[in-house]
Design a protein around this ligand. Structure first.
Ligand code: PLP
Length: 418
């Protein structure tokens, strides 16, 4: 591979994609005898060797339960776990580390807010606003709590490009609205939403806003103080960290007033059979033994991302998305689903008469991993009148050469299907 072709000049440095690739051992894998071309990053990202080593280091040198132990290992693991919290606080520019709650992932973070904030604050006739492009994990938790409390879910529609229709949002918001929960970047369309404007408008009505940043945190710089979001959720595995660990950011004044989500060890201050008092933030929301190794691994992943620079990653991914978007114009039967002006590196498409499942299976024989299906966004599929799409999603380690292999594979499939 020609290095000059795979390096892009960014604001501050030369982006050396080959060097980055060498940090991800799995990228050397062969699939069906072909080099792996991993374009399923929106589902989960691959892990750099530093994150993999950190997991090994944790289990071989630090493993011990946190917070409660006086012995040396417990102190080491507590320090590493709390150190990861501080890294995340800095990464998203939270005010304090007590605003960072470790969860299993975006899904659990959203469920926490729906079950804790929603149960305490929603009443009959109240309204919760989400959009038509939400992942199921930002739909179902709100449906569940709305059903329980007699509240209503209101949906901001999207246009044919897959962009939120802001005027419709303006029409939906009113004194009955009690909460807005919105995806920052869509996993099935790639659309980046104007979350700051969405938040500003909600705040004019004193309505809190949760931002689902599952597909944003790995592509865009995030500053929760600048966004003014009340809650923000993301998953470690989408940002080159381990699975089973995620984050809920919440403003202290809101988290403080919210009842615990789960009961158990570590979230209490005192327990008697008559009464339990709760621990301070963030521990109030971290019942039981957490994913200690996962949190430490996530801290390591964030170090890695910061070393490369999120702006540099974004510039590289934009170049890949532009290249792929241009390249697929060579295939007249291909239609892109999601043509918003502002997108993260997600390319969803349909090919005339060829089922996405067949596309995914045949590309797999070429070593190319993409995702096919509804991508946990069935309402998006309904909006576009399709059952499924094929989705290629690019990460910091992908190259234009890999996109060429994808395009070649697609052309071959079209030939086979005549
Ligand atoms: N929200 C969005 C936009 C997503 O893309 C995903 C996962 O694909 C989720 C939420 C759920 O993330 P997790 O399964 O890691 O909890």
């Amino acid at each position: 591979m020609n290095k000059a072709e795979t390096s892009v000049t960014t604001n501050s440095s030369v982006y050396d994609v080959e060097k980055i690739r060498s940090d991800f051992p799995i990228l050397q894998t062969k699939v069906h005898g072909k080099p792996l071309v991993y374009l399923d990053n929106a589902a989960t990202s691959q892990k750099p060797v530093s994150v993999i080593r950190k997991a090994e280091e944790y289990y071989s040198k630090m493993n011990s339960n946190i917070h409660r132990g006086v012995h040396a290992l417990s102190q080491v693991s507590t320090e590493a776990y709390e150190g990861a919290r501080i890294k995340i606080k800095k990464f998203i520019n939270a005010l304090g580390k007590n605003e960072i709650i470790f969860t299993r992932g975006t899904t659990e973070s959203i469920n926490l807010v729906a079950q804790s904030y929603g149960r305490a604050n929603f009443n009959e006739g109240d309204e919760v606003i989400i959009s038509e492009m939400e992942h199921h994990s930002n739909i179902v938790p709100w449906q569940m709590i709305c059903e329980e409390k007699g509240a209503k879910l209101k949906i901001i529609p999207i246009n044919d490009n897959g962009e939120i229709i802001f005027e419709e949002y303006e029409k939906l918001i009113n004194e009955k609205t009690k909460f807005v929960s919105i995806v920052y970047a869509s996993n099935s369309l790639g659309t980046v939403n104007p979350v700051k404007q969405i938040i500003d408008l909600a705040h004019q009505y004193n309505i809190p806003v949760l931002v689902d940043a599952a597909q944003a945190v790995n592509h865009l710089p995030i500053d929760v103080q600048d966004l003014h979001c009340d809650f923000l959720a993301f998953s470690g595995h989408k940002i080159y960290g381990p699975t089973g660990i995620g984050v809920l950011y919440g403003k202290v004044n809101l988290l403080d007033k919210m009842p615990p989500y789960q009961g158990g060890g570590d979230m209490i201050s005192t327990v008697t059979f008559e009464k339990t008092t709760y621990n301070e933030l963030p521990h109030k929301f971290e019942a039981g033994t957490p994913n200690i190794g996962g949190a430490i691994g996530l801290g390591e992943a964030i170090d890695y991302v910061q070393k490369i620079g999120i702006e540099n990653i974004a510039a590289h991914e934009k170049e890949l998305l532009d290249y792929a978007t241009e390249a697929v114009t060579e295939i007249p039967s291909l239609k892109i689903i999601g043509t918003a002006k502002d997108k993260v590196s997600v390319l969803s498409f349909v090919l005339d008469d060829i089922h996405p499942h067949d596309i995914g299976t045949m590309l797999d024989f070429e070593g190319v991993a993409i995702r096919t299906g509804h991508h946990c966004t069935q309402p998006v599929m309904d909006r576009f009148g399709i059952p499924a799409t094929s989705r290629a999603s690019f990460a910091m380690y992908n190259t234009k050469e890999e996109i060429d292999i994808l395009i070649k594979g697609l052309k071959k499939i079209i030939e086979v299907f005549g």
